[in-house]
Design a protein around this ligand. Structure first.
Ligand code: NPQ
Ligand code: MG
Length: 369
């Protein structure tokens, strides 16, 4: 089985409500779906985690498309569909993890469908359902925050994450902690603080949080060591972690004690599994992050989150957290959990009519033999 072509679908997904973080406000998810078509006519799907602009990290959708067209697809010429071989073929291209992940996942999905094996089984899932958390954006008022958190608690989410930034941090977290004394609660700053904010970050110690995620800029490793020393609350890294070695360094240096694994950010599911394996050896908990994925990316993330080291609830929310209409059959919360898909590959497909309705453009990237 060989790769014939990659079909790149650009889709515009309206969000059910604006999602504000310390880096900006998103009202629509501009999604790139990669469809791998093999010589046997098998179709596999991968979702690109990029946003339309480089606000979360330096990667962004037009950049991902450019590197796919000019560097990733040409590098795939002559390779088989074997996941280790496709990953090795892209390794000479530095960075561009989200673009690589989308391409590799589409090919992995097609390869697994050809073998009639699910992604969960292939990765080593040990659970049929995963505990789900939800990420709450920065709202326009405290009463909006309370209403939104109430709705997620009522929906059964097993952990709440509050986005924060300077000026919206200690007070809202304290309000939610007082309203829900026992709920699993954590925060995410998306790099919005500096070393001079360490005394402020230490004040969260009174609020019994699971963790504080990525308080400082992604490059500030020693700063995270200082935060970790000053805070009893565990520090988790997201944006800083790109490879097994960066995860290993984070734990060894004491920059973080918990790792957020996002398959897009680390270049695909094999790399995500490798980071999981290393953290499991080190005894460091991991959890599966989210990038507002449609059902395509969500399905694969849920399979990953079923691995044994994913001991904390992930940002693997139900479809309706973000979208009134998902591109696949919706993922629906059941007692705060989602079921790991059991079908071949990622186990889900785009709904053809929904895909057609939301598609902005389609481009075919051919692989020379
Ligand atoms: C995080 N995600 O953990 C991110 C960042 C994030 C679920 O909190 C559009 C596309 C908007 C991707 C906003 C969650 C986004 C985005 C935030 C990712 O840091
Ligand atoms: Mg984060």
């Amino acid at each position: 089985m060989r790769l014939d072509l990659l079909r790149v679908h650009r889709i515009a997904m309206p969000l059910v409500r604006p999602f504000r973080t310390s880096f900006g406000t998103e009202t629509e998810r501009d999604v790139i779906l990669v469809e791998a078509v093999t010589s046997e006519g098998i179709h596999g799907w991968g979702e690109c985690a990029t946003m339309s602009w480089p606000g979360y990290s330096s990667e962004y959708s037009e950049g991902a498309l450019d590197v796919m067209r000019h560097h990733l697809v040409p590098a795939l010429a002559g390779t088989s569909m074997d996941p280790l071989e496709t990953q090795a073929a892209l390794a000479p291209v530095r960075g561009h993890f989200m673009a690589k992940s989308a391409v590799l996942t589409a090919m992995l999905d097609a390869w697994l469908r050809g073998r009639d094996e699910s992604l969960g089984t292939y990765l080593g899932a040990v659970r049929a359902q995963v505990d789900c958390g939800v990420s709450v954006g920065i709202p326009s008022s405290m009463s909006d925050l309370i209403d939104e958190v109430d709705s997620y608690v009522d929906a059964g989410y097993r952990r709440i994450k509050l986005k924060m930034e300077p000026g919206w941090d200690l007070e809202p977290v304290r309000v939610i902690r007082e309203r829900y004394p026992d709920i699993a609660l954590q925060t995410d700053a998306n790099q919005a603080y500096t070393r001079s904010d360490i005394p402020l970050l230490a004040k969260f110690d009174d609020l019994n949080l699971l963790l504080i995620e990525q308080p400082l800029p992604e490059e500030d490793w020693y700063g995270h060591v200082l935060v970790s020393r000053a805070c009893a609350t565990p520090i988790c890294m997201d944006e800083s972690i790109l490879t097994v070695e960066s995860a290993d360094s984070a734990i060894a240096l004491g920059a973080a004690s918990i790792i957020n694994i996002k398959p897009g950010r680390v270049g695909g599911y094999l790399h995500a599994k490798a980071i999981h394996d290393r953290c499991l050896e080190l005894g460091a908990p991991v959890w599966c992050g989210g990038m507002l994925e449609t059902g395509i990316g969500r399905a694969a993330n849920i399979a990953l989150a079923a691995l044994p080291g994913f001991t904390l609830p992930g940002d693997t929310s139900a479809s309706n957290r973000y979208f009134a209409q998902d591109i696949t059959e919706p993922f629906v919360l059941d007692d705060g959990r989602l079921s790991v898909p059991t079908g071949p590959g990622i186990g889900v497909d785009p709904l053809p009519d929904v895909l057609a309705r939301l598609t902005v453009s389609v481009e075919e990237l051919r692989v020379d033999a």
